[in-house]
Design a protein around this ligand. Structure first.
Ligand code: RTP
Ligand code: MG
Length: 138
């Protein structure tokens, strides 16, 4: 059976805070394999496509602005159940209440800004992973 793949993003806050290495370390320490990686400043078009499911929500514009605020590191990772596994490593969306031991719980906090700055993104299903990997590793 071919290993499952996911798209992970180190968001601009993670890159700016110098946490890229720590986040990659956690992915690899868990036993997932990084098979591709790139740093880029994402265009508005790419971000709008990536977050299409959130279009129309109050946090959509602040989210695109935040995701445009600096470089992002996009990671292709693989392993059995890596989609679910990375979401567990990342922790829940709100970094204030994300469980300690997770990336967001250990390293994230509320900065009192318009949108949750929570360090990472991970695809949430095999369908999203396929769609998002095609976008970020075109
Ligand atoms: P992601 O898609 O980035 O992996 O995060 P997620 O599944 O945990 O969260 P989702 O509901 O998909 O929301 C996408 C991103 O939008 C920002 N957000 N801020 N009320 C808020 O301030 C708020 N709600 C969502 C976060 O950056 C979240 O990760
Ligand atoms: Mg999401």
């Amino acid at each position: 059976m071919p290993a499952e793949e996911t798209l992970i993003l180190v968001k601009p806050d993670g890159v700016a805070r110098g946490l890229t290495g720590e986040i990659l370390r956690r992915i690899e320490a868990k036993g997932y394999r990084v098979t591709d990686l790139r740093m880029l400043s994402a265009s508005r078009e790419l971000l709008a496509e990536h977050y299409a499911e959130h279009e129309g929500k109050p946090f959509f514009e602040p989210l695109l602005e935040f995701m445009s605020s600096g470089p992002i590191v996009a990671v292709r990772a693989e392993g059995n159940r890596v989609i679910e596994g990375f979401r567990a490593l990342a922790g829940t969306t709100d970094p204030t209440t994300a469980a300690p031991g997770t990336i967001r719980g250990d390293l994230g906090r509320d900065w009192g800004v318009a949108v949750q700055q929570n360090l990472v993104h991970g695809s949430d299903s095999t369908l999203s992973a396929e769609r998002e990997l095609a976008l970020w590793f075109a």
